[in-house]
Each structure stands twice: as C-alpha cells, then as structure tokens.
Design a protein around this ligand. Structure first.
Ligand code: FAD
Ligand code: SF4
Length: 509
C-alpha cells in the first residue's frame, strides 16, 4: 500500500522522523507551483533559493534511498496548484494514504485540511518537528491577559528549556535581558566580517523560472548567489557566524550604516524558516560557544532572545489571530506604496540604503526593517496591507507566519497594539544616533520644516497629533504627548502643513 507524503518548500528538514529510514511504500512529493510563486510578487532570489533548496533536498532524499516524485516548474504534467497536482500523483502512484506536515501558514493549513477532508483515502497531518512551541502555546500562556509581553514569554521559555540558566529559574549573569548593552552605533570597527557564505550559480534554474512566466522583482545575483541550499551549508554558515560575527552581535545589533549591509547579523533566517536548521541546535551551539568563552554573555543572550523569544512568540501571535490579521488597519491608513519602494531611488539616504539593499540582497536586518522602512511607512500613512505584501515578497526569509505579525503588528501597529506596547516610530534623531546615514543625506536631520527638512521629523509630530485620540493615553507615550503639548499651535500647524506636502509629494522625496 503506497502512501504519498507531501513536503512543502519550507519543510526541508532532513532530520524529520519521516526520513529515518527509506520505505518502498512511501513516495515523497515536492512541487514547484505557480500557486506558491504568484500569491504575492516575490524577489527573484527568494524564488530561486526555495526551488534550488527543494531540488537539493529531493536529490538528497533519493541518494538516501527514498522514493521521490519531484514536479519542476516546467514539467508538462505540472498543474501548478497543490490540490490538482496531488490528485494526479495519488492516482499515478495508486496511493492509499496521504500525509503532510503541519504547514506554518494559515493559507496552506486551510487548503490542505480541506483537501485532505475530501479525499476518499485516509489522510492526516503530522507535526513538522521544528518549533519549540505548539501553535497555540503562546495563546494559552497569555490567556486572559490584554497585553502579550514578549519578555514574559521569553523568560518562561528560558526556564522551561533550561537555556542560559545559572540554576533553575535563575538567569546566567543575574539578569534575563542584556538589551541595554545592545544599542551601540557602529563606529566602523570592528570590521564587518567578509561574507562567509559560498556561492552558487543558478542561471539554468532561473531560465526555467523565467520561461514558466513567473513574475518577480529585485536583483538576481545569479553568479553570486549565497543563500544556503541544504543543511550542510546551513550548519557551516552557523559555525562561521558564531566564530566571525556573534562576538559583536550584541553590541551592534541595532546599528545602522551605509558602509555595510550585514554588519554582525547571522543571515540564518532563511535556513531556519525552511527548517534546514532547527532552532534548538542553533540555541545550543550559541550557548556552548558562550560556555567555552568564545562569545560574551550579552551577545549570546541577545541572539538567543531572537530565536527562543521573538521567533516563537510571533508564531504564537500569528496562530492566535488568524484569519483576519492581515486586514487590521487601526489607523485607517490607505496610501499606496511610493514607486521608489521598487527601485530604492529616493533622496532619503536611510531609505535609499535600506530599500536598495533589500532589492539587491533580498535582505535587510531587523532595525532597517523596523526603524527605517517600517518607521517611514507608518509615519507616512501607507496602507498596512500593501506594506505587508511588500515585506512578504521582498525578503528571503519572508513566510507569512513570521512576516505578518512583525509587519502588521510590530512595525505598523495596525492591530492596535496586540503585539507592540507603542508604535515603533522615530524622528531623524534616533536614526542619526544609530547610524551614519544622516550626515551626507540630502535632507537636514535637525529641521522640521522647510524644503530640506528631514521628512521623518514633520511626519513624526504629525503622526502623534493625528492619532492623539488613540494614542494620547498610552503611558509609554507620555513624554511624546507632553512635548507635543508644549509646541506652539502655529509651530504645530507649520509641521502639519509640511507633513501634508510630504505625503502629496511622496513620489519625489
Ligand atoms: C517589519 C518586519 C518584517 C519582518 N519579516 C520577517 C520575515 O518575514 N521573516 C523572518 O524570519 N523575520 C522577519 N523579521 C524579523 C527579523 O528582521 C529577521 O528575522 C532578521 O532580520 C533576519 O536576519 P538574520 O537571520 O540575519 O537575523 P539575526 O539578526 O541574526 O537574528 C537571528 C534570528 O533571530 C530570529 N529573529 C530575530 N528577530 C525576529 C523577529 N522579530 N521575529 C521572528 N524571528 C526573529 C530570526 O530567525 C533570525 O534569523 C521581520 C522584522 C520586521 C521588523
Ligand atoms: S536626514 Fe532624515 S531622511 Fe536623511 S538619512 Fe537622516 S533620517 Fe533619513
């Protein structure tokens, strides 16, 4: 009796219990489908990376003795959707059972659950065996609480999983969080390590993608393609990150610079989100590097907090609030994205760099995503659903379960504060403190009004003035509203006129 097992493009985990030993009665199916390339416009590197990694994974399964049916994008038998292809493959292999791993995206979870429920053969979903937490675990932890504080979740995770503890319930170094040590701007030293990742050439795959008519955007980087395509490469990249960059990760985690696009970040999100790497092994290796004296505690803790804390937490937020989370628009912001989101051509140096490198590398680090691009989008009143689609398309690591809460919740505050305790916005002062963008920018970081005044400044005060009703009582914004109250009415009116002009001229900023 043959069983058909579906492996999705973000389920490339060779350590899954499915693959423990080959079974001639099991056929693994992987498929490159337009359904997945077309639900949003994707960066070219993201499409290539996922397809190339899927192909690599299929080859490795076959080499290990598993039966594999792989449908390439240009296979004439490819119906370009999961259900249509599954119908054909079940018939072709005479399958008497169908299995799939729990999808991480609500869209696929619904589609496959519905598909499985209508099949005339037994069908069931198994765990993906990747995350620390179940889908509903964060919701259970926060049951009855109005605020879902990440820090509370994170401490629970540290205790429960025994990570960086001096004794049960006691954090190593006497404190749970070293965030206050992690806010330094980067003075240019230590140098950004050379890119430790190897290259791949995907010209042939890219031709097949093009011929299939898949639309995309962003720089191709065909001969300089560096995203890991399998677990061995991902593990090597993890080791290289730990020795080359992690010791400085904590210090410069929030730093912004036009002189470097990676700084000391790991670039591991693609490998993690496609499940080549397991979060437990990443955390264990970082903890071990600290124990061996290779990495300061603040760096190890800062990094582990991202994986054990933020990553699991946003997943919990996603599953607790789907469906419908993508439609939140607490401020009723409706403005479409300006064209320069697709070209990086703006006189605002911070945005030109952050968007430019997103288009070049399908990557920007957290603070670029949050405090440069997201900050501007929120201040300018861009439609959060359009912002969500852009983030979902542009980044190599963008899968809805992690992208959506980060974009709609953390960055755009469009959920009205389910995830963030206050909107993450700033004037030029913060960007200037954390970066070298402002000196050399067309705009004047200190001015609020006038042709050359930094757009962030007027938009910042205008944002808080416009949303006083919703935000005025937020205790974390007390200082902002006290400052706003001190602004003379004429000065505020001038700022608001400038903000109106900026929004009207948004294409030419
Ligand atoms: C608006 C916005 C959109 C984002 N979209 C995504 C996305 O689509 N996919 C994605 O994986 N991350 C997303 N993030 C989180 C974060 O920016 C990326 O995980 C990180 O930049 C990836 O680069 P890195 O691997 O070099 O991360 P590092 O800075 O080296 O961090 C290590 C790891 O921690 C995890 N991590 C860090 N921050 C977060 C976070 N806020 N949420 C979840 N995991 C986190 C990631 O797995 C990351 O690989 C988004 C953040 C913002 C503000
Ligand atoms: S002056 Fe304003 S627009 Fe220019 S880099 Fe600084 S924050 Fe960005």
């Amino acid at each position: 009796m043959t069983t058909l097992r579906l492996v999705l493009g973000d389920q490339l985990n060779p350590q899954h219990s499915w693959f423990r030993s080959p079974d001639p009665q099991v056929v693994y199916v992987l498929m490159e489908v337009r359904q997945e390339t077309d639900y949003v416009l994707h960066h070219a590197q993201k499409i290539i990376a996922i397809f190339a990694a899927m192909r690599d994974f299929a080859r490795q399964l076959e080499a290990a003795g598993h039966r594999v049916h792989y449908l390439r994008i240009d296979d004439p038998a490819n119906q370009q959707s999961l259900p249509a292809n599954l119908d054909g493959l079940i018939a072709r292999h005479g399958a008497r059972a169908f299995e799939y791993q729990a999808p991480d995206e609500w869209r696929l979870d619904r589609q496959l659950a519905e598909y499985a429920s209508q099949l005339p053969i037994p069908a069931w979903m198994v765990e993906s065996e990747h995350f620390y937490t179940r889908r509903d675990e964060a919701a259970q932890l926060f049951a009855g609480r109005s605020q879902w504080l990440m820090e509370h979740f994170y401490r629970q995770m540290r205790s429960r999983h025994g990570v960086l503890l001096a004794a049960p319930g006691k954090p190593l170094g006497g404190q749970w969080n070293f965030d206050h040590d992690n806010r330094k701007p980067w003075p240019g030293l230590p140098r950004e390590p050379a890119d430790w990742r190897g290259t791949h050439d995907h010209s042939a795959l890219w031709q097949a993608i093009l011929q299939a008519g898949v639309a995309s955007f962003g720089e191709l980087a065909a001969a300089q393609f560096r995203w890991p395509l399998n677990r061995a490469e991902a593990l090597q990249q993890l080791d290289d990150f730990i020795s080359e960059a992690l010791p400085h990760f904590g210090d410069f985690q929030d730093a912004l610079t036009y002189r470097a696009w990676r700084l000391f970040h790991s670039l591991l999100s693609f490998a993690l989100n496609t499940k080549m790497l397991n979060p437990r092994e990443v955390v264990a290796r970082v903890e071990a590097a600290h124990a061996a004296g290779q990495v300061p505690l603040a760096a190890a803790e800062g990094f582990i907090r991202q994986i054990l804390g933020w990553r699991e937490y946003v997943r919990g937020v996603y599953w607790a609030h789907m469906p419908g989370y993508a439609e939140h628009n607490a401020f009723n912001h409706q403005r479409p994205l300006p064209g320069w989101f697709w070209s990086g051509q703006t006189k605002m140096r911070c945005l030109a760099h952050a968007i430019g490198q997103s288009l070049d590398h399908a990557y920007a680090h957290h603070i670029q995503r949050l405090m440069v691009i997201g900050n501007f989008a929120l201040l300018a009143g861009l439609d959060p659903a359009a912002v969500h689609r852009w983030y979902l398309g542009v980044y190599i690591d963008a899968f809805e379960w992690v992208e959506l809460p980060n974009t709609v919740g953390m960055s755009q505050f469009a959920d009205g504060g389910k995830l963030a305790t206050k909107p993450y916005v700033s004037s030029a002062a913060y960007i200037d403190r954390m970066s070298d963008y402002c000196k050399g920018c067309h705009y004047d970081r200190k001015a609020r009004v006038g042709e050359r005044a930094c757009p962030f400044n007027a938009l910042y005060w205008d944002f808080f003035a416009r949303h006083r009703e919703r935000l005025g009582a937020n205790p974390r914004l007390g200082m902002v509203y006290r400052q706003l109250a001190k602004m003379a009415p004429a000065a505020l009116a001038e700022v608001q006129t400038r903000a109106d002009q900026l929004r009207a001229d948004i294409e030419s900023l």
